[in-house]
Design a protein around this ligand. Structure first.
Ligand SMILES: CSC[C@H]1O[C@@H](n2cnc3c(O)ncnc32)[C@H](O)[C@@H]1O
Ligand SMILES: [Zn+2]
Length: 445
């Protein structure tokens, strides 16, 4: 029986442990699944395919994974810049969210984000926001894989005016997801932070995700302000505080982990907490630099994330790879840390493990889902090529992604989006932005 797609004549990165780049590589796909991977000479025993895709030497690799995003915040991009996190959040973003964020805002903003993510080679994303049912719907339409997490915070929030309802709303979101959501999207919750969620809220939220076997997400140890605040309130660091509540385990994903001293690092490693490194957002908000080489040396599983477009200000994982590779070299005065290969692993195979999707995606392996991207190497800035990992991290751009496939389905071919109606998304996004712009009290004090 013929299989569906044969992607061939590729420079292939499978991203399996210890794998090497394969020249004249191929990937055979049946339905949603990869059925064979190899080099030209291994093709002889393969049945014919329904469709052949000659990549003419372009790079084929697993899709990139964005481990931390607030997709709908694309509609707040550039609204408030050049501020520290506490001021950015409390005086600008929370008031703007209170005023503007509803189902339609989140739906449109997430479609806008999905377009940017796909065009940047992302095939799986972990999102967290309010009105997350709208985000889940938008992701489902886009064809992206991902985790949609309903935000939990002990303040009035969009769609959850009374904070005492926050866990109930998250539970309903999770349960409606397992009943009806498309198989590519997992539904869970995201506790905003140790400084905006009370101890009972954190414990209830963790209990809920434990009962359902889901990942628990949180912004953790992001700023020096947070560190000082939690120490003042509890006498413990943010990491030690969450550990004292029983929150930390291998199904906990901590975004940022900037202010983690060796004792915190030891706790994170012992509990098997997964980390999402967001270097660009941490630089822009001047939050600091997470000690990623130390955390990697302790064996933690780490992925990369952009955070939202209002604090980054893009959803570009190529940019995160580039920064993650260079930042730690400069801080440590050591160019050997964070090799290009290691950084591409964070953006692919390790990123999938962070989202508990390691069995499903993150490497080009027979039996896993066909989530892959094709990078156009036939360009001046990528010619000649000695080391594909080097080009991906130090030379390539998001716009070099030519084709994107998720779950055996092309989402983009020759940079044309196939699942999303870009003119409609653009029109709706501009209409919402016009309303935001026309308000005199854009930044209520
Ligand atoms: C419950 S998650 C959504 C919530 O988080 C806010 N947010 C976005 N980026 C950050 C960040 O880097 N640190 C803390 N909070 C952030 C977002 O505006 C939503 O209110
Ligand atoms: Zn965030």
């Amino acid at each position: 029986m013929p299989f569906d797609h044969l992607i061939h004549q590729a420079l292939l990165l499978t991203m399996e442990p210890r794998s090497r780049p394969l020249a004249h590589g191929f990937v055979a796909i049946q339905g949603t699944e990869i059925v064979a991977v190899g080099q030209a000479e291994d093709r002889e025993n393969l049945p014919p395919a329904r469709q052949y895709w000659d990549m003419n030497g372009d790079l084929v690799m697993p899709g990139l994974i964005n481990n931390h995003c607030h997709a709908a915040m694309t509609l707040f991009r550039g609204l408030a810049d050049d501020l520290p996190l506490d001021e950015w959040l409390q005086q600008h973003i929370f008031p703007a969210e209170a005023r503007w964020v509803d189902y339609e805002f989140v739906y449109t903003g997430t479609l806008l984000a999905a377009a940017e993510l796909i065009r940047g080679g992302v095939t799986a994303v972990a999102d967290a926001y309010f009105w997350e049912t709208a985000a889940r719907q938008a992701f489902a339409e886009s064809g992206l894989r991902g985790v949609a997490a309903q935000g939990v915070i002990d303040f009035p929030a969009p769609g959850v005016p009374n904070p005492t309802d926050n866990i109930r709303v998250a539970q309903e979101f999770i349960d409606s997801g397992s009943a009806s959501s498309p198989p590519l999207i997992t539904s869970t919750l995201f506790c905003h932070s140790p400084y905006t969620c009370s101890a009972p809220t954190l414990k209830q939220a963790k209990d809920l995700t434990r009962q359902r076997g889901l990942s628990f997400f949180i912004h953790l140890a992001e700023t020096r302000w947070e560190e000082a605040q939690i120490r003042r309130q509890t006498g413990l660091s943010p990491v030690a505080y969450l550990d004292s509540l029983g929150i930390l385990d291998e199904m906990t994903v901590a975004a940022h982990a900037v202010w983690v001293d060796p004792a915190d690092q030891e706790i994170l490693a012992r509990r098997g907490v997964k980390i999402c490194h967001c270097p660009e957002c941490n630089l822009k908000l001047a939050s600091g630099v997470a000690p990623i080489p130390d955390l990697l040396a302790r064996g933690l599983v780490i992925g990369l994330g952009t955070d939202g477009a209002a604090s980054n200000n893009n959803l570009n994982i190529f940019g995160e790879m580039n920064l993650a590779a260079k930042l730690h070299k400069a801080i440590r005065l050591d160019p050997t840390v964070m090799s290009a290969r290691e950084v591409v692993e964070l953006a692919t195979s390790k990123g999938a493990q962070v989202l508990d999707l390691g069995e499903i995606t993150g490497t080009l392996t027979p039996g896993k889902c066909a989530d892959l991207i094709v990078v156009n190497l036939h360009q001046p800035h990528l010619t000649p090529l000695y080391d594909p990992y080097s080009h991906l991290v130090y030379a390539a751009a998001a716009s070099d992604v030519q084709h994107v496939m998720v779950h055996g389905r092309w989402l983009m071919l020759d940079r044309r989006l196939l699942t999303l109606d870009w003119p409609t998304i653009k029109r709706k996004a501009l209409a919402l932005a016009e309303r935001i712009n026309s308000t005199a009290a854009r930044f209520p004090a």
